[in-house]
Design a protein around this ligand. Structure first.
Ligand code: CP
Length: 351
């Protein structure tokens, strides 16, 4: 049984198959209208959401299935101290599939190891957001025809921005993809995201714009800051206006996972290069393809997610990691491609 925690859980070939399936669903919706009849999805959201939760729910209904939701899971028995593992085991008794968002990094991994049904990570703290990446990939493929050779600008909060981290994981597996990381010094990409990719760092959106095929704007993530004053200082670091966009190529696509705060002026919305609302719609189709595929795979397999990593006895020191709140969860580490021992839940380096 397969869960989706990180976009790296899918190979490039599998991503292409998912995108092809989404295209078929767009072209022939009637073919899939009853394909998940009798199946139930639970949406467990411990953090606010508009697009991710509603698009999962819309996707399941369009496939003929049904949905039960905890849109404010902070008001569930988690408020009484129930662990993520016990919540996942419990909800597995009611549904065939779980989509979960949680503020702690690694929470979806923990849920997937406890659940008896597939778990989809709908965002775990500042770590990953793989289904947003599915929406991003379909949008880029539809706009640009493919991924090889693209120069992708990532702008805003690159430290806490989980959508950026998942998008880098996905795009770095295509040929000759270059990244331009545009951020204030304090919000640069974490080091573990930079290893093995072709990335240039700058603080200037204006300098970067002329070279970009894709501009991926993100908001500064207020909810991840420990110090509200630091957020106030950095929140308006970037704003894309029609004047600035005039520096970009005529076929540059502007993406944003949304919600936006001030990073893109509404005056940009009518520019043909603005793709962020297409991205929203593509997210629903990619989630339909994902739900359909996971339920089909679950029908054919009942193998639980494998536990990975080595228990070393040392704790994970990331205060945002799920290890910091789940009392009996043993920290586990694995060696990643950069040769560093990292927490299997949140990817932070062991110290
Ligand atoms: N892109 C995204 O995750 O949006 P929501 O927070 O509204 O789900």
């Amino acid at each position: 049984m397969r869960s989706v925690i990180d976009i790296l859980d899918y190979s490039v070939d599998e991503l292409e198959v998912l995108m092809d399936l989404a295209e078929d669903m767009i072209a022939y919706p009637d073919k899939y209208a009853h394909s998940c009849a009798g199946k139930k999805l639970a949406t467990l959201f411990f953090e606010p959401s508009t697009r991710t939760r509603m698009s999962f729910e819309a996707a399941m209904y369009e496939l003929g299935g049904s949905v039960i939701t905890m849109e404010d899971a902070g008001n569930s028995s988690a408020a009484k101290g129930e662990s993520v593992s016990d919540t996942a085991k419990t909800v597995s008794c009611y549904v065939d599939l779980i989509a979960m968002r949680h503020p702690k990094e690694g929470a979806a991994q923990v849920a997937s190891e406890a659940a008896s049904v597939p778990v989809i990570n709908a965002g775990d703290g500042g770590h990953c957001h793989p289904t947003q990446t599915l929406a991003d990939l379909l949008t880029i493929r539809r706009e640009m025809g493919g991924f090889d050779g693209l120069t992708v600008g990532l702008c805003g909060d690159l430290y806490y921005g989980r959508t950026v981290h998942s998008l880098i994981h996905a795009l770095s597996r295509y040929k000759n993809v270059k990244f331009v990381a545009i951020s204030p010094l304090e919000l640069r990409l974490p080091d573990y995201m930079k290893s093995g990719i072709d990335v240039t760092e700058t603080a200037s959106l204006e300098d970067a714009l002329p070279s970009l095929d894709i501009l991926y704007m993100t908001r500064i993530q207020r909810e991840r800051f420990d110090d509200p004053k630091e957020y106030e200082r950095l929140k308006d670091s970037y704003m894309l206006t029609p004047d600035k966009l005039s520096l970009a190529k005529s076929d540059c696509s502007v993406l944003h996972p949304l919600p936006r705060v001030n990073e893109i002026s509404v005056k940009v919305d009518d520019d043909p290069r603005a793709c962020y609302f297409k991205q929203v719609l593509n997210g629903k189709y990619m989630r339909m393809a994902l739900i359909y595929t996971l339920l089909d795979e679950a029908r054919r397999s009942s193998v639980k997610a494998e536990k990975v990593g080595i228990v070393t006895g040392q704790p994970c020191r990331n205060p945002r990691c799920i290890c910091s709140v789940e009392q009996e969860l043993e920290a586990r580490f694995r060696i990643t491609l950069d040769g560093v021992s990292r927490c299997v839940f949140c990817d932070s380096a062991a110290r």
